[in-house]
Write a protein that binds this ligand. Structure first.
Ligand code: ATP
Length: 334
C-alpha cells in the first residue's frame, strides 16, 4: 500500500524534491496564504528583521515543506529541517537552537508531536530568543542562559487544533493550506512535466488533475507513474491512453480514491452499516493508525461528500454507497 502513502521512500523523496518550486512566485495556488505570506516576508525584509513565526496547517502533500524552503530562500537564511518525533529530548532541541544563525529558518514538521519538555524549551526560544543550556548532572547541574539570534520557526501540522494553545499562540502568522482545484493541479502538472523533460497532453493533464485528490504530491507521483508507463509500455508520449493505463495499474479510481480511501469507505459501509463509528474502531478495521485515517484519508473523503463527521462518529453518505456500487441499507445510514 506504499504507493500513495504519506511516508514516501527515499527515491520518491528525491524525485519530489526535484519538482519543488523555489520561489513564492513559482508556487501554484493557495493564493490566500501566498499573499499573506508575501506581505509578512516583505515587511520583515523592509525592516531588516526576522518575521513572526509561521504555522502552516493542512493535510499532507499540499506544500508545507515547500513553503518553509521558500521562506528560507526569500529571507536568504539557511533552513534547518526537523520534526516533532525526531526531537526527543530538550538537549536535542538546545543543540539545534544553539547552531542557528541570524535569519535562519527552523522547520519543525509534525510540530504537534513534540514532547512536553521540548515544547516548553521551544516556547522560551520563540518568545525571548533564549535557551537554557544545562551543564552537568544531578545537584551540581547548572543552567547557562544562552541568547539566540533572531530566527524564524516554521511549524507544520496536519491540524492546527492538535497544538496546545500556548504553542499555537506563539505563532504570529498561521496559514491554512487548502486542497488544490483541478485547474491548479493542471498547472502543477504541466510545470512538473516540463521539469521532467516530457510533454503532457492537455487531456491527460486534466484527467490526472481530476484524480489527484486535490494534492500536488499525489499529482506529481501519478505523473511519474504515467511517465514510467509511457516509456516502458506506451509510445513514450504522456497521453490519455498512458494515463488511464497507469492509473488503473495503481488502483486509483475515477474520483481519485486510492486503496486506503476505498478500504475506509468499504469498512464504513459494509462492516459498520454506514456508521456512525468511532475513528479508532474504523482505523483498526482497516489496519491503520487512527492518525493516518484522520489526516490522510478522511479530509479528502469528507470534502468529496462521501463521509461526514458527526458527534457520534463517522457516517457514510448516500454518495459513498453509490461510489462503491453498493445498495444502501433500508434503515437509512444517514
Ligand atoms: P508533508 O507535510 O507530508 O511533508 P507537505 O505539505 O510538506 O507534505 P511538500 O513536501 O511541500 O508537502 O510538497 C509535496 C510535493 O508537492 C513537492 O514535490 C512539491 O514539488 C509539490 N508541491 C506542493 N505544493 C506545490 C505548489 N503549490 N506548486 C507546485 N508544486 C507543489
Amino acid at each position: 500500500a506504499a504507493f500513495l502513502d504519506a511516508e514516501a521512500d527515499e527515491l520518491e523523496r528525491a524525485a519530489e524534491a526535484a519538482l519543488r518550486p523555489r520561489r513564492l512566485a513559482d508556487f501554484v495556488g493557495q493564493s490566500v496564504v501566498r499573499d499573506q505570506l508575501a506581505l509578512v516576508l516583505d515587511a520583515a525584509k523592509a525592516r531588516g528583521s526576522a518575521p513572526d513565526h509561521v504555522l502552516l496547517s493542512g493535510p499532507p502533500g499540499l506544500g508545507k515543506t515547500t513553503l518553509a524552503m521558500i521562506i528560507a530562500a526569500e529571507l536568504e537564511g539557511a533552513l534547518r529541517l526537523t520534526s516533532g518525533p525526531a526531537v526527543q529530548h530538550p538537549g536535542d532541541l538546545a543543540a539545534i537552537l544553539s547552531s542557528l544563525q541570524e535569519h535562519d529558518v527552523l522547520f519543525i514538521d509534525e510540530i504537534h508531536r513534540l514532547a512536553r519538555p521540548v515544547e516548553e524549551m521551544l516556547y522560551l526560544a520563540m518568545e525571548d530568543f533564549r535557551v537554557d543550556v544545562v551543564v552537568g548532572k544531578g545537584p551540581g547541574a547548572t543552567a547557562i542562559p544562552l541568547t539566540l539570534p533572531r530566527f524564524t520557526v516554521v511549524g507544520a501540522t496536519t491540524r492546527a487544533g492538535l497544538l496546545p494553545a500556548p504553542l499555537r499562540d506563539r505563532f504570529g502568522f498561521t496559514g491554512h493550506l487548502e486542497f488544490y482545484s483541478p485547474a491548479e493541479l493542471e498547472q502543477v502538472l504541466s510545470r512538473s512535466a516540463r521539469l521532467l523533460g516530457a510533454e503532457l497532453e492537455p487531456a491527460a493533464g486534466a484527467e490526472l488533475a481530476g484524480r489527484s485528490r486535490g494534492t500536488p504530491r499525489i499529482a506529481n507521483r501519478l505523473l511519474r507513474r504515467v511517465q514510467d508507463w509511457a516509456q516502458v509500455r506506451g509510445t513514450g508520449s504522456l497521453d490519455l491512453a498512458a494515463t488511464h493505463a497507469a492509473l488503473s495499474l495503481f488502483e486509483v479510481d475515477e474520483r481519485g480514491l486510492d486503496r486506503l480511501d476505498r478500504s475506509v469507505l468499504r469498512a464504513l459501509c459494509e462492516r459498520f452499516g454506514g456508521g456512525p463509528v468511532g475513528l479508532s474502531t474504523l482505523a483498526v478495521a482497516v489496519g491503520e493508525e487512527p492518525e493516518t485515517v484522520e489526516t490522510v484519508a478522511e479530509p479528502f473523503l469528507v470534502r468529496e461528500g462521501l463521509v461526514s463527521r458527526t458527534p457520534r462518529g463517522r457516517v457514510a453518505t448516500a454518495a459513498a454507497y453509490e461510489h462503491l456500487g453498493l445498495a444502501r441499507p433500508d434503515d437509512g445510514a444517514l
